[in-house]
Design a protein around this ligand. Structure first.
Ligand code: SAH
Length: 384
């Protein structure tokens, strides 16, 4: 093996290989002296340790040459990003606030009893640019795209916490797992970060690694119409649309992105989503806002709007957050709304609010760290 070409760094700043794509892994190997011709094969070897077994130490990679393991350990780690807080709700929901860099934090939420066994709701951006008026994330100023590595790391952190990496002695398979589904319904608009979302889905769905099938990965969008077909073609993921209104006037208010891509354009894009069928339906999310979008005529308008689309509808009771102008619809109202949809043949489960006690419910994700840091700064200034 050639001598490493990068100079060794202090351990605190060693980059982690956990979360990288196959191509990135190969690059990292070449950077420490692995012959380019052999880099792909070596990367595949590491892949299985990193993503199938979830190891956090190069020394566990028993079929990798000792010398290479030592070189890797000298330059890299397999560390996950720092977990700032981890909260467990009384209903089993878990929320992690993850530090991705100084002042950059994102949240991921594990929700038991969703999908085949449980779903991890991942963030695709820190903050969000869309400013949907009922969503807490939209009130956060700081915004940046997450890298594919940072998206994959959320899944790895959840697997760590749930203890779901197989070992030689305990070959876990899908039937034994709690985390079976991934939903891109955390912070951010995934279609504004499609390259990284796509790369992350490649890693998460790879059968030699984390192996969560593309059919169990759902990407939710507020309606970036021109990117919808591309999402389907590139990722093969399931599509979810945050609809929330059945006419442009109201949707313009709730989801301002509608002013750019109106319902007509959005629905043309949805109808063109690749491979739609009864086995591969679009999920429509509809947040129930008291006196705003919850009338029976609106339920009927929704049925009309979805005509001909293989669809399921998720009615989401609005989750209030400090300072919001909205209230959640009454339970009776939600049930009557659902009844109209059911009669029209749509399965329309009312999504039970989960993790409310830890502010982990839909649309409540918003890192408080910006505020906290400001107060820390003030304290520090006062101390001087
Ligand atoms: N930007 C994407 C991904 C975020 S998903 C999208 O809009 O689809 C977050 C889901 O939670 C969306 O359906 C969103 O409309 C919903 N949501 C946001 N705030 C909410 C709240 N306070 N109560 C209930 N659902 C909310």
């Amino acid at each position: 093996m050639n001598p490493p070409v990068t100079t060794s760094q202090p351990s605190a700043s060693k980059p982690s290989l956990a979360g990288l794509t196959m191509a990135e892994l190969a690059e990292k190997l070449v950077a420490v002296g692995v012959e380019p011709k052999k880099a792909k094969m070596r990367a595949e070897q590491l892949w299985r340790w990193i993503y199938h077994y979830g190891v956090t130490d190069f020394s566990a990679m028993t079929n990798v040459a000792k010398e290479l393991r030592a070189t890797l350990a000298q330059h890299y780690t397999l560390a996950r990003p720092e977990i700032v807080t981890q909260q467990l709700s009384t209903d089993g929901t878990r929320k992690w606030l993850i530090r991705l860099g100084p002042g950059t934090e994102a949240e991921a939420v594990f929700i038991p009893g969703v999908g085949r066994a449980g779903a991890l709701c991942v963030s695709s951006q820190v903050g969000c640019t869309l400013n949907c008026t009922f969503c807490h994330t939209g009130t956060q100023k700081l915004v940046r795209n997450l890298t594919a590595q940072e998206i994959v790391a959320q899944v790895m952190i959840a697997r760590d916490a749930l203890g779901e990496w197989p070992t030689q002695e305990r070959p876990l398979n899908d039937g034994d797992r709690q985390l079976t589904n991934i939903v891109f319904m955390g912070m951010g608009e995934p279609l504004y970060n499609l390259d990284n979302v796509d790369a992350a889905i490649d890693v998460i769905s790879d059968g030699d690694g984390i192996s969560i099938s593309r059919r169990r990965i759902t990407v939710s969008t507020a309606g970036v119409a021109p990117k919808i077909a591309e999402l389907g073609e590139r990722t093969g993921a399931m599509l979810a649309i945050s609809l929330h209104a059945t006419n442009d006037a109201l949707r313009n208010q709730l989801v301002p992105l509608n002013k750019k891509y109106d319902l007509e354009e959005l629905f043309a894009a949805i109808r063109a989503y690749p491979q739609l069928s009864n086995a591969k339906r679009v999920t429509f999310e509809y947040v129930m806002l008291k006196g705003v979008n919850d009338s029976l005529p609106e339920a009927k308008a929704l049925v009309k709007l979805l005509a001909g689309i293989p669809a399921k509808i998720n009615l989401i009771p609005f989750n209030p957050w400090p300072g919001t102008q909205y209230e959640c619809s009454d339970w009776d109202t939600i049930e009557r709304f659902a009844e109209v949809l059911n009669r029209a043949g749509y399965s329309s489960p009312i999504r039970t609010p989960r993790g409310r006690d830890i502010l982990a419910a839909c649309g409540q994700l918003r890192s408080e760290s910006v505020k906290q840091r400001a107060s820390e700064r003030l304290k520090a200034e006062a101390a001087q």
